[in-house]
Write a protein that binds this ligand. Sequence first.
Ligand code: SF4
Length: 148
Amino acid sequence: MILVSACLVGINCKYDGENNKNDKVIEYLKDKQFIIICPEQLGGMSTPRDPSEIIRLDGEAVISGRTSVITNKRLDVTRKFKKGAQESFKIAQIYNCKEAILKEGSPSCGSSYIYDGTFTGKKVEGVGVTTALFKSKGIKVISENELL
Ligand code: SF4
């Protein structure tokens, strides 16, 4: 069973109320069993919502309490991001998921890069909060960009 970011298959759960529908992902999943998740919604955030970024570091640092997640209005949403990661992991455990395809660049779902917390579009190497938790629990995470 594969966990997939819901926005990648066309669900309008993105912060702006839109989605990141990706035909390559949909084609890849067509003969496979998968479950869609949106960690930010599972963490209790509304849709649409203000965009969020991790300050300077990445999701691993959020999990270990070394940095925070904030919205573009400087509201601290760290607790919601952590909750979203935990609820997503609960789903992974229930369905014994060992792999996930998560949206690149997201403060929850990113697996190679995220944004640096300045809301200026500057990318930094690192993972989102849910990706960090998944990886620490042995779940393999790839992004839509890694599908052939
Ligand atoms: Fe997509 Fe993940 Fe953001 Fe939800 S949290 S909208 S699944 S990238």
